[in-house]
Design a protein around this ligand. Structure first.
Ligand SMILES: Nc1nc2c(ncn2[C@@H]2O[C@H](COP(=O)(O)OP(=O)(O)OP(=O)(O)O)[C@@H](O)[C@H]2O)c(=O)[nH]1
Length: 167
């Protein structure tokens, strides 16, 4: 098939994680390549953008969720978001242990809803610039990612490192 008629690949990504872990900051940074301090935090937003992945253009839809618990009234909304997604980013803050503990629960829910263990999931350790406030060690993040058969990235959303890793 010629390049011009070839359909563009599409993927739907869902960004999950506890409140204040940095989901929106990460999405905004990914889309705009800038760290922006002021933005709408408490709203679920779907971003659309095109990126080049492995030399191929891909149209991404990125769902930035608001914090939803795996149990209780918000659970069905969380499950709907998971059903919608093709791939997942689970983000925690290295300064907040409860956000780290939420990662396993979210990953288990993804596996349960998708009924398979092979769903692409990346775990993101965020706020690595806040070394003084760190309560989750790097090796804990790596061990968890390995337990959950996921990839783990350490990021800080307001450094240049992220823009390089996310180009
Ligand atoms: N120092 C530092 N602050 C960050 C980083 N990422 C996000 N923040 C800040 O952390 C706060 C929470 O970030 P958000 O992106 O709103 O977090 P969220 O997960 O979307 O939060 P909810 O909307 O409550 O679910 C904001 O004040 C951000 O500016 C980071 O890498 N380093």
């Amino acid at each position: 098939m010629s390049e011009s008629v070839r359909k563009m690949l599409r993927a739907k990504l869902v960004v999950l994680g506890r409140d204040n872990s940095g989901k929106t900051a990460l999405c905004v940074r990914f889309i705009t390549r800038r760290f922006i301090g002021e933005y709408e935090h408490k709203r679920e937003v779907t971003y659309r953008c095109q990126k080049i992945v492995d030399k191929e253009a891909i149209e991404l839809e990125i769902l930035d969720t608001v914090n939803k618990e795996c149990v209780g009234p918000a659970a069905s909304s969380l499950e709907s978001s998971i059903k919608w997604g093709d791939g997942f980013l689970i983000i925690y803050s290295v300064t907040d242990r409860s956000s780290f503990e939420a990662v396993s629960r979210l990953k288990r829910l993804i596996d349960h809803v998708k009924q398979t263990l092979g769903i692409p999931t990346v775990i993101v350790a965020n706020k690595c610039d806040m070394e003084n406030g760190r309560v989750v060690r790097t090796d804990e993040g790596q061990a968890l990612a390995s337990d959950l058969r996921s990839v783990c990235f350490a990021l800080t959303d307001n450094s240049t490192a992220i823009s390089d890793s996310m180009k």
